[in-house]
Design a protein. Structure first.
Length: 346
């Protein structure tokens, strides 16, 4: 039996209550690996609600902020140091250490880097990641899309594993309502304002869910709130049940990203409901959306409006089938297990 440490970020509990795609993926991966006979230990904040074996005596950043309000800028680094110390004390208990945060773990692992795996859940084209990869050329890194892998140095590339989610979390909905949906952070990377304009131009109401980006709160106030009206409703942060209701009842998900999206978890969450996706042609989108099957790939707001006119021609049952074939947690876990075995063979 392979013994694997799954090291989650310390920003949100695992699984997250609302926002936190990385923490959701870590939990689904760990649960699915356990079903494959892997001995999984989760390193995650103390406010995590999971039945997985877990190590971590300190709360998440989100819990600390809820308790104390704004915290000192160094708190995230302190939480990471405390978590890595807990990992250091137990390194000999694991065959593979799979880290989903960034930077400091690479130094801690030392000679164990060859039997580790790092998944970066963010863009990799910025200076911090470039410095990181250059300093640790022996660190195996799993990409979450081919688009992301293109920015990872060849020496670090360990393979590509697309995200997956628990098959049963969302159910097929074949009778959508009149609205379209947007789910994501209220920020310029995700462009909820563009989603509102597209829906309005298509004559369709839109419902938007997601957190206001703490790093860019003015974007919501200045670019999104002025567009809200009876036909454009902001629902706030969504838990799994509310997200399932929104996505399942939507005619389509609008995904008007304006950045090199490394994956885009909400796209497969929509597909799990049978809801097709209209997504901008950036980052991972061409790998995730199958043109004319699970949605449409567009390059402008005008093209998105035209795509919404055709969205009813797509078979929602077929969309769900493609989700089941490509984006379940079971498939993700099998792919990662294959990478673990390859690493252990070296």
């Amino acid at each position: 039996m392979i013994r694997v440490a799954q090291v989650a970020p310390n920003i949100f509990p695992v699984p997250p209550e609302h926002h936190g795609g990385t923490e959701r993926v870590v939990h689904d991966l760990s649960t699915a690996l356990r079903s494959l006979g892997v001995e999984v230990t989760l390193f995650a904040p103390s406010d995590s609600a999971t039945d997985l074996p877990r190590i971590g005596d300190h709360p998440s950043l989100a819990a600390l902020e809820h308790r104390h309000g704004p915290v000192a800028a160094g708190v995230p680094a302190a939480l990471d140091a405390l978590q890595l110390e807990a990992l250091r004390l137990r390194l000999d208990q694991f065959d593979i250490v799979h880290c989903h945060g960034e930077f400091a773990h690479a130094a801690l692992l030392g000679a164990r880097r060859r039997h580790s795996l790092t998944t970066v859940h963010w863009r990799v084209d910025e200076l911090d990641r470039k410095l990181f990869f250059a300093g640790f050329p022996d660190l195996p890194v799993a990409a979450i899309s081919a688009a992301q892998e293109a920015g990872i140095p060849t020496v670090n590339r360990a393979g590509i594993v697309h995200h997956g989610i628990a098959r049963e979390r969302y159910a097929l909905s074949t009778q959508p309502g009149p609205h379209v949906a947007f789910v994501g952070r209220m920020t310029d990377q995700k462009r909820p304002d563009a989603a509102i304009r597209v829906a309005r131009a298509a004559g369709l109401p839109i419902r938007l869910g997601g957190t206001i980006d703490v790093g860019n709160p003015d974007y919501f106030e200045n670019r999104v709130r002025p567009l809200l009206a009876d036909d454009a409703t902001y629902l706030g942060p969504l838990n799994d049940a509310r997200k399932a209701d929104l996505l399942g009842s939507a005619r389509a998900l609008l995904f008007p990203i304006d950045w090199p999206e490394p994956f885009g978890l909400v796209m497969i969450e929509a597909m799990a409901c049978g809801t097709p996706v209209v997504a901008w042609n950036r980052g991972s989108v061409p790998e995730i959306v199958e043109e004319g099957v699970t949605g449409f790939i567009v390059s402008s707001e005008a093209e998105a409006v035209a795509a919404l006119v055709r969205i009813g021609h797509l078979d929602r049952t077929r969309v769900r089938q493609r989700f089941e074939a490509r984006f379940t947690a079971a498939r993700m876990a099998a792919d990662y297990l294959a990478l673990y075995r390859r690493l252990l063979a070296t």
